[in-house]
Design a protein around this ligand. Structure first.
Ligand SMILES: [Zn+2]
Length: 339
């Protein structure tokens, strides 16, 4: 009889986690209390809300909940707490590397401006990393609902802080708004500054949005990318170029991109040879963290332990982790499989 290997012990890299979205629900309740912020039922009940982001109203509701949660992060100590707890949760789930994604613009008003906000975030990441032993870096993400000039400013800022822990540049929010191409200059600045391009695509809209990420933004990784499964030629292209898709199964189901966990095309991407890095996206709103994503692959898609180990390897290879960290994690994955 085969024993069941513990997925929280499988070393992995976590490449798709948003800043506020990483918060523990209990922490949000405490912070809301601290600042007298009234939390809607969906955020105070402890059970994740049911969202339908495939229509614009559902997406708006998701964003509104996210904004309320974000409004509870006001002081540097809140930022430090959030990052420390995100690191602790990921360590518990077997992560050996975490790239957390943040749009510092959102936190700037309370933290003295854009530059101080990013400095506070990077200091918090540095501190949490030393405290927990988890390797951590930051992706600065622009918001596609805002003007592309803002994205350029952010890209320049991200490049300026490349030696302080920023490794990549992202683009998030509603794919149905604006064109990826509007942000090509911002991404060029980021890439020329040595940052990894990792925009969201192929979540709310189909394969064309993934193609736009490749053609217009020269993405090295794609946030989500799951809708590429609808286009075999695009799958081949992703596989050939080794573009890692940061696939977030629980998020996809919570937001109604797919009806059920078994509908998320994990098998299709895996069989096509598209590298994946499973991620939790926004555990605060979707109710599950990193190891749970691997659990979905095991339980709903029949991934064997050898295949789960390969998924973990793909997450490590797709990361911006330095060579020594990668080697250590890859060796740990082999040990897990041999155990
Ligand atoms: Zn995301």
């Amino acid at each position: 009889m085969e024993h069941v290997r513990d997925l929280t012990l499988l070393p992995k890299a976590h490449l798709h986690l948003h800043f506020t979205g990483s918060m523990r629900p209990t922490t949000l309740i405490e912070l809301a209390d601290k600042y007298g912020v009234h939390l809607p039922e969906a955020l105070s009940s402890g059970t994740p809300p049911r969202l339908r982001a495939t229509d614009e109203r559902g997406w708006f509701r998701f964003q509104r909940l996210y904004d309320i949660a974000r409004s509870c992060l006001r002081e540097p100590e809140d930022i430090r707490r959030l990052v420390r707890e995100a690191a602790q949760e990921d360590v518990r789930d077997g992560a050996g590397w975490l790239e957390i994604q943040v749009d510092p613009t959102s936190y700037a008003p309370h933290l003295g401006g854009l530059i101080p906000a990013l400095e506070i975030i990077l200091d918090a990441v540095d501190g949490a990393s030393r405290e927990t032993g988890l390797g951590m870096r930051v992706l600065v993400a622009a918001n596609r609902m805002k003007h592309p000039l803002e994205a350029r400013t952010l890209a320049r800022l991200a490049v300026r802080f490349a030696d302080r822990g920023v490794v990549g540049f992202g683009l998030s929010n509603d794919e149905r708004r604006g064109m990826a191409r509007d942000f090509d200059r911002a991404f060029a600045i980021a890439r020329e500054g040595g940052l990894l391009a990792a925009p969201h695509g192929g979540e709310l809209t189909g394969p064309s949005s993934v193609r736009d990420c490749l053609d217009d933004l020269r993405a090295a990784r794609v946030g989500h990318g799951v809708r590429a499964a609808e286009d075999p030629r695009l799958l081949r292209r992703l596989a050939e170029k080794g573009v890692t898709c940061e696939v977030c199964p629980a998020s996809n189901v919570a937001l109604g991109v797919y009806e059920k966990p078994e509908d998320v095309p994990l098998r299709t991407l895996f069989e096509a040879g598209v590298p994946m890095a499973l991620g939790a996206d926004d555990p605060l709103l979707f109710g599950s963290r990193l190891a749970a994503q691997y659990e979905i692959a095991r339980r709903h898609h029949g991934f064997t332990d050898a295949e789960l180990a390969e998924l973990a390897r793909q997450s490590v290879r797709g990361s911006a982790a330095p060579e020594d960290v990668r080697a250590k994690l890859l060796a740990g994955i082999d040990d897990w499989l041999a155990s």
